[in-house]
Design a binder for this molecule. Sequence first.
Ligand code: SER
Length: 606
Amino acid sequence: MTTKELKEKYLTFFERRNHKLISGASLLPTNDPTVLFTTAGMHPLVPYLLGEKHPAGQRLVNIQKCIRTGDIDQVGDAWHLTFFEMLGNWSLGDYFKPEAITMSFDFLTQELGIPVEKLAVSCFEGEEKNNIPPDDESAKIWQSLGLAKGRIAFLGRSDNWWGPAGQTGPCGPDTEMFYWTGNEPVPENFDPANDHNWVEIWNDVFMQYNKTADGQYEELKQKNVDTGLGLERTAAVLSHLKSVYDIEPLSTIVLQITSLMSDLELAPEYVSDLNLADQAGLETEKTIRIIADHLRAATFILAEGIEPSNVEQGYVLRRLIRRAIRYGQKLGLVENFTPRIAEVVIDKMGGFYKELRTNRDFIISQLAKEEEKFNETLKKGLKELEKIGQNKKVSGSEAFKLFTTYGFPYEMTVELAKERGWEVAEKEYQEEFSKHREISRQGSSQKFKGGLADQSIETTSLHTAAHLLLAALRRVLGNHVYQKGSNITAERLRFDFSHPDKLTDEQKKRVEDLVNEQIAKDLPVTIEELTVAEAKKRGAMGVFEARYGEKVKVYSIGDSVPGGQVFSQEICGGPHATQTGELGHFKIQKEESSSSGVRRIKAILE
Ligand code: SER
């Protein structure tokens, strides 16, 4: 079964069961400072999981592109990916466990024709200390559908619990579905940790609790279902393939890499590397997979307008590209190869993900630039290494400096030192590295968790202030101003927008004044549900990504009475303040460059 067929089957199945198809969201979560990327289909639906009414109703179905960096070390095995597509069906306070599990079961066994003997599931084992009982209800439902008792495992929090993202919020147990990929008879007892023939394909999350600030789990009023079926994995196992890299579109990307390799006239210094890799065929395969995965993910991140940099999303992007380049070098791909892989990603996936085609030139030129830059950096690092090596050894801090300053991976330092007969102080290097990792972990721990946004009054007010700010910027600077990203915490708002020049003091003052005037007028903030076409016609700002003609929420600030003056109108999930008078005094703290053609404002409400 192809990924395309699987998508179609899934959407049709759930549409027939009254689910409304909604568009997937951007890879960059809006208004969620806790994550860098959309890691699951739930991000764009957060306000609705918390009880806001969704314009499309209580039963939804979608395809969501996701980026997860948490498993990066496992990428290259058969099943892990940094970028992947997830199919999801959603109940926002509508059906719960019996219906969700039954639909999952029917889809797998009837629609996809998987024999029940090849399925196994895991359920939450419960947690006494938090007073959460085992999820016997789910297990019983699975049994009533025909799953043998031995095929139902009860596992703990790390396997069968989802959320919350921060300290508080909706969360709950989940039940995961596994498919038997082995040749030998299916074992009676399901043991996912020790038998890798079981591949997880689908996860039904039951958001039934709200974790409170004092660490209690209380039952949620609105119970939601969030399911996620891994597209590539499921299509691959159903086609009896050995990995996600054997199915489209990844298989074509892999093919492009191997064809670039066979075109090579290898520089002599790479031949030995390649021979080594060939001796261990598996190593070559893994290397190719990592390149395919990383460059596909990078292509999608670039399509969002992100450039490689040393911070936040740009840093993840840079890390993915540079890692791919390093692995490429192992295979002898030494010059401008990354754009040629991206071309294939764009050609294969740009039909559905139009943003790839629209941003083709940007993607290709950024990759070429980054590859050249990294190659330069590597050359400089090599010179530095020669200097360091005069006393025939490399200390831990020197190796670490090569890594941080020159982007020189440790394995490469070791490899090169070895060739020259020098020693590298590995233990000392590892110590330096752990220190650094601990520091950066502390700094970014919040960012890599998946999950729910902060819905506090402070955050909500700043969110409304961001709408006022965009409208004010467009009035003061002109209609070339568009939002290029935003990041809101309870303390401050950060807002990126397109504008070529630094703002003058006078411009900043006019923007601030304009925002504060709207706050002083205590304007109402109202919500309407419109089709994307209607919203566009009205001149609403926002992301017009809807593919299926569904309705979107439009927030207006100003007099919504006929003939009234609307100050701001944006497509947005919310939530927002109800009156601008709730906001307080708006103050711009800083205005600076974010990237070329993009400015950044940091502002607070006091
Ligand atoms: N949020 C859950 C997951 O990502 C189900 O969609 O697995």
